[in-house]
Design a protein around this ligand. Structure first.
Ligand SMILES: N[C@@H](CCC(=O)N[C@@H](CS)C(=O)NCC(=O)O)C(=O)O
Length: 216
């Protein structure tokens, strides 16, 4: 039996796809919930993760692991029985790695800016402009991805992978799902399938509920 993983996380954040993957794998994990405003996270997290971000995992051997895409890839490859990624020699592996890195680098990274534009902007007007321009950039990145993937039931074909969990969660962040549906018709079917996966019903209700108006 695998030893538990400790996850510093928070509902609705980047820890959610990691927790979803562990739920599908059936591996025990414990969440230390960052349930106070994000502005307080630095003090609580910096001694754990110098970047003061979630997800931050403490693995059973005590080492810290951060970076959601790396965590998801690693979880999939260390639990091959769960079939959550193409294997190394699989023809779908290059696309899997490509899109995992793309979602992390081109899309997720913009949320450091969006979540508090005043980290970069000198005033509220500039902050509002940054918020609008990053929303446009995220939408464009989803559009470009959708134009280049060939989904079956899931993004890489007919097998669910951690990429599907990653896209399903990140596409719920600003500019949110309606904007995503408008530019990503192929992946729309996939994220709706992930939203409705019966193995995750209780998980979504607890960690990222579909509240009224959640699609934007
Ligand atoms: N590159 C990191 C980004 C993690 C990240 O930005 N997490 C957000 C929550 S979704 C966070 O902790 N924000 C607080 C901050 O950056 O100050 C990853 O992929 O895990």
């Amino acid at each position: 039996m695998d030893k538990p993983i400790t996850i510093y996380g928070a509902a609705g954040t980047g820890s959610v796809p990691v927790e979803a993957a562990l739920t599908l794998i059936g591996r025990p994990y414990a969440v230390i919930e960052l349930d106070t405003p994000v502005a307080t996270w630095r003090d609580r997290l910096v001694s754990i993760n110098p970047m003061a971000q979630v997800p931050a995992l403490i693995l059973p051997d005590g080492q810290l692991m951060t970076e959601s895409a790396a965590i998801l890839i690693w979880l999939a490859e260390t639990h091959p029985g769960a079939h959550l990624s193409p294997l190394a020699a699989d023809a779908a592996r290059p696309a899997f790695l490509r899109w995992m890195a793309y979602v992390s680098a081109a899309i997720y990274a913009l949320f450091w800016v969006r979540d508090d534009p005043l980290r970069l902007a000198p005033d509220a007007d500039t902050a509002a402009l940054i918020k609008q321009r990053t929303a446009e950039r995220i939408t464009e990145c989803w559009r470009l991805m959708d134009a280049q993937v060939h989904p079956g039931r899931y993004i890489l074909g007919d097998d669910l992978s951690v990429l599907d969990l990653y896209v399903a969660v990140l596409s719920r962040w600003g500019p949110r799902r309606k904007a995503f549906y408008a530019v990503a018709p192929k992946m729309t079917e996939v994220v709706r399938r992930i939203d409705a996966d019966p193995r995750l019903t209780a998980f979504w209700a607890a960690r990222f509920p579909f509240k009224d108006g959640w699609e934007g």
